[in-house]
Ligand binder design. Structure first.
Ligand code: NAD
Ligand code: UDP
Length: 331
């Protein structure tokens, strides 16, 4: 719909819209004036994440599993549905593969029939345990197809293949981004991911569990930066397909992260060591040259600022534990 100012209101389908990233994306799209249909089966997402959005007449939600067919008349599709943390995607690995592969087939089917533009939330996991560092988009990766992470990694790789085959065969308008570790409010408190684990452990005064010796590296992007990257990618001309890495190139060890969180929460939790999960990547950091060039995008939220906001979120969720910690924050 074209308004008097020339703004074009789009009908946008967001799969996984009740999840962590999806709910922030729905919120942003509504704020931009679009009409948003959230599709989610609430496996790891929550109605609480989207409850405030129902205040807008432009928001609707449908409980649906995208591994089964769906038809919708839309202009754009953001395909985010898929459990993202190792604990959740390994819970039912066959369903994880179905969600990635059949979900991509169904969303691309909608795109083909309606002419909608299709965006795929891919992942740094397509690079596996990388032997090129930092990872550029033309690196093909080092994935173990038989290991416990394969249901996620190979599912996402296959989804990318489907997107590019649809582009070649049917001319579908596609946008593929590879998301690196992202954190912020509305992460699932029990997802087992490093940021949520360390913050909830610190706030509860429990031991901080470092897997391995904590020397493996990651680079953490705050959620608002990631959503800005999504929206910029969707707006690019038709010939920009990606893949484009989105993530924060500030790399640190998992141990460094634990120490930042201890300082920012003022927690007296101790660091303890536990077994490193199989196929856990030893280092990961995005090369974001392509995102800078094509999207004029780079993260703006510093780690301490993003962690402070995320700690406040978890603190409220846990009922104000931080206020009861005996040592003042030093971060
Ligand atoms: P999340 O688990 O919070 O969100 C995923 C959402 O998808 C949930 O609401 C869940 O209920 C829904 N879902 C799962 N299977 C479904 C199905 N079959 N049908 C319909 N809905 C389904 O995870 P997130 O962190 O918000 O991740 C969103 C997307 O971004 C995922 O595709 C993930 O692979 C990708 N990603 C995230 C990160 C990150 O660091 N957060 C990194 C790389 C890639
Ligand atoms: N990790 C850890 N302790 C935890 C949770 C995770 O040391 O309590 C490590 C994990 O082994 C990995 C890194 O932190 O090396 C990031 O893990 P996460 O599951 O958040 O994301 P991914 O491995 O998918 O990047």
């Amino acid at each position: 719909m074209l308004s008097e100012t020339g703004f074009v209101r789009k009908r946008v389908l967001v799969t996984g819209g009740a999840g962590f990233l999806g709910s922030h994306l729905c919120e942003r799209l509504l704020a931009d004036g679009h009409d948003v249909l959230c599709v989610d089966n609430y496996f790891t997402g929550a109605k609480d994440n989207i409850a405030p959005l129902f205040a807008s007449a432009n928001f609707e939600a449908l409980r649906h599993d995208i591994s089964t067919p769906l038809m919708a008349e839309v202009d754009e599709i953001y395909n985010l549905a898929c459990p993202a943390s190792p604990r959740h995607y390994q819970y039912d690995p066959v369903q994880t593969l179905k969600t990635s592969v059949l979900g991509a087939i169904h969303m691309l089917g909608i795109a083909r029939r309606t002419g909608a533009r299709a965006f795929q939330a891919s992942t740094s996991e397509v690079y596996g345990d990388p032997d090129v560092h930092p990872q550029p988009e033309d690196y093909c990766g080092n994935v173990n197809p038989l290991g416990p992470r394969a249901c996620y990694d190979e599912g996402k790789r296959c989804a990318e293949t489907l997107f590019f085959d649809h582009r070649r065969k049917h001319g579908t308008s596609i946008k593929v981004v590879r998301i690196f570790n992202t954190y912020g409010p509305r992460m699932h408190p029990e997802d087992g991911r490093v940021v949520s684990n360390f913050i909830t452990q610190a706030l509860r005064g429990q031991d901080i569990t470092l897997y391995g010796d904590g020397s493996q590296t990651r680079a953490f992007c705050y959620v608002s930066d990631m959503i800005e990257g999504f929206v910029r990618m969707m707006r690019t001309p038709d010939d920009v397909t990606g893949p484009v890495n989105l993530g924060n190139p500030h790399e640190l060890t998992v141990r460094d992260l634990a120490e930042r969180i201890l300082a920012l929460t003022g927690s007296r939790s101790k660091l303890v060591f536990a077994a490193l999960p199989q196929d856990d990547p030893t280092q990961r950091c995005p090369d974001i040259g392509r995102a800078k060039a094509l999207l004029d995008w780079q993260p703006t939220v510093e780690l301490d600022e993003g962690l402070t906001r995320t700690i406040a979120y978890f603190d409220a969720l846990l009922g104000g534990r931080r206020a009861r910690l005996s040592v003042p924050a030093t971060g």
